[in-house]
Design a protein around this ligand. Structure first.
Ligand code: A3P
Ligand code: MG
Ligand code: MG
Length: 381
C-alpha cells in the first residue's frame, strides 16, 4: 500500500488505510470507567407482512410463558422468510426525521436541527453490538460503510454479494436452527397481554406462523462517554403493557441446554452479546429458552440484563462490559478524527461555487484479533 501513495495521479490510489487497535484483554485497566447512560425511548415503529414501515405498534407482541416442552420445529414449512439483504439506514433516518419534526412542532422551529447537532452516531443496534463486542470477537469479520455529516456518524452494514448469497443459501441444518429462534418467539408471544394467542388449528400456545418480514422496532437515545447515540433495533416483545418506555421490553433467546462445564463456558461467552444487544435498547429482561439439539424446549430462564456481567465475573468465559464501553469511546473518537481529516487529494473548491462536495463514504473492517481498518472508498467503490 505504501508504494501506492507515490505511484501516480489516480485519486483512489491515494486512499490510506488507518488502523485502530483493540485493547489488550486481561490487562490491568487503570483508566476511569466510561459511563453508559440508560437509554430513553424516542419512538417505535412496525414493519407489516408486506414489509411496509408504519409508525404504529401493529407488530408489538406480549410475552406469555411458552408451553412446557414446546416443539421448536413446529411450523418450519410455513416460515415466510424475509430475503437476506443489507439493512439500509433509510427507516431509521425516517424515524429520526420524525423525531426532529416533533421537536419543531412542540418546542419550536429549528429545535430538531439543534437536537440533531448533538448526536454523534446514528445506527442500528446490531451494528453497535458488533462494534462494542469487537475486542472479544474471535470468528466473524464485519464490514461497515460510514458517512460523517455535520458531526454525526451514519453507520450501515456492508455485505459483498457473495456473502449475502452465502447467508441466503444456508445449509438445511443451520436454517433449521435459525428457525428455532423464531419459533421460540412465536411460542412466547401473543397479541393479547397475558393470554395465549387464539390460533385455530394450531397447538395451544402457538403465537402464529413465523413471518420474518414483521418486526416491531424501537428507536432510543443514549450516551456512551461523551457520545450521544441514536440507535434503532427490533424488540421481541413487552411484559404486560407498553407505555412508550423501554422498561417493559423483553428480549427472547434460545440456547442449547447446558450439560457440562464446556456448555456452561460457551453460554457465558454468548451472554456478552445478549447483554450488549439488550443494554443498547434499554431492554431490562432476557428470557432464554434452553433446547435440545432436536429443537425441544427444556426450560426457560429469565435474566435481568444488568445482572449478566456479575454472573460471568471470574468464570472461564468471563468478559467485562467496561472493556467494551471504553473501547467504544476510543473507537468513536478515533473514527471522528480520521473522518474529519480531508483526503490527501482534496481540491480547493472553486471560489464561485457554493456547492458542498458530497460527503465521502468510508469502509470500516472489524477484523477479529487484528483491529479495525478504516479507508475511504473511491467514487466507484
Ligand atoms: P436466537 O436469539 O434464539 O438465537 P434476536 O435474538 O436478535 O431477536 O434474533 C432472533 C433470531 O434470529 C435468533 O434466535 C436467530 O435464530 C436469528 N438470528 C439473529 N441473528 C442472527 C445471525 N447473525 N445469524 C443467524 N441467525 C440469526
Ligand atoms: Mg429480535
Ligand atoms: Mg431475540
Amino acid at each position: 500500500k505504501r508504494q501506492d501513495l507515490d505511484s501516480g495521479l489516480d485519486a483512489s490510489s491515494l486512499n490510506r488505510t488507518h488502523t485502530i487497535s483493540y485493547p489488550q484483554l486481561g490487562a490491568n485497566r487503570q483508566a476511569a470507567p466510561v459511563p453508559f447512560q440508560q437509554p430513553t425511548g424516542l419512538l417505535t415503529f412496525s414493519y407489516t407482512p408486506q414489509r411496509v414501515l408504519e409508525f404504529t405498534d401493529s407488530a408489538l407482541r406480549y410475552y406469555v410463558d411458552p408451553p412446557p416442552g414446546a416443539d421448536l420445529r413446529y411450523g418450519y414449512d410455513r416460515w415466510i422468510k424475509r430475503p437476506e439483504e443489507i439493512t439500509r439506514l433509510d427507516s431509521l433516518l425516517r424515524a429520526v426525521q420524525r423525531v426532529m419534526q416533533k421537536a419543531d412542532a412542540t418546542i419550536g422551529e429549528g429545535s430538531g436541527v439543534k437536537w440533531m447537532r448533538d448526536i454523534a452516531v446514528v445506527t442500528w443496534r446490531g451494528i453497535m453490538t458488533k462494534i462494542l463486542t469487537a475486542p472479544y470477537e474471535e470468528r466473524d469479520r464485519c464490514e461497515l460503510n460510514v458517512m460523517y455529516v455535520n458531526g454525526t456518524l451514519y453507520i450501515e452494514e456492508h455485505y459483498s454479494d457473495a456473502r449475502l448469497k452465502e447467508k441466503e443459501d444456508l445449509a438445511p441444518k443451520q436454517r433449521q436452527q435459525t428457525y428455532y429462534g423464531y419459533s421460540f418467539e412465536s411460542w412466547c408471544t401473543s397479541s393479547r397481554p397475558g393470554l395465549p394467542e387464539k390460533s385455530e388449528g394450531h397447538p395451544v400456545g402457538w403465537g402464529g406462523d413465523v413471518d420474518t418480514n414483521v418486526q416491531w422496532c424501537s428507536v432510543v437515545k443514549t450516551k456512551l462517554g461523551d457520545n450521544r447515540l441514536v440507535i434503532g433495533g427490533e424488540v421481541d416483545c413487552v411484559r404486560n403493557q407498553f407505555r412508550g418506555k423501554t422498561d417493559a421490553f423483553v428480549e427472547l433467546k434460545t440456547s442449547m441446554s447446558i450439560r457440562n462445564a464446556g456448555d456452561e463456558a460457551r453460554f457465558e461467552k454468548k451472554m456478552l452479546k445478549f447483554y450488549i444487544q439488550s443494554f443498547l435498547l434499554g431492554v431490562p429482561e432476557i428470557v432464554v429458552g434452553f433446547r435440545t439439539p432436536q429443537g425441544r424446549l427444556t426450560t426457560t430462564q429469565s435474566f435481568k440484563t444488568v445482572q449478566l456481567p456479575r454472573l460471568v465475573r471470574g468464570k472461564p468465559g468471563a468478559w467485562d462490559p467496561q472493556v467494551c464501553f471504553s473501547w467504544g469511546q476510543h473507537f468513536l473518537s478515533s473514527l471522528k478524527s480520521i473522518l474529519s481529516t480531508p483526503p490527501a487529494f482534496a481540491e480547493e473548491s472553486p471560489d464561485d461555487s457554493d456547492i458542498q462536495p458530497l460527503p465521502r463514504v468510508w469502509r470500516i473492517v472489524l477484523a477479529p484479533g487484528e483491529g479495525v481498518k478504516v479507508s475511504a472508498l473511491d467514487e466507484t467503490g
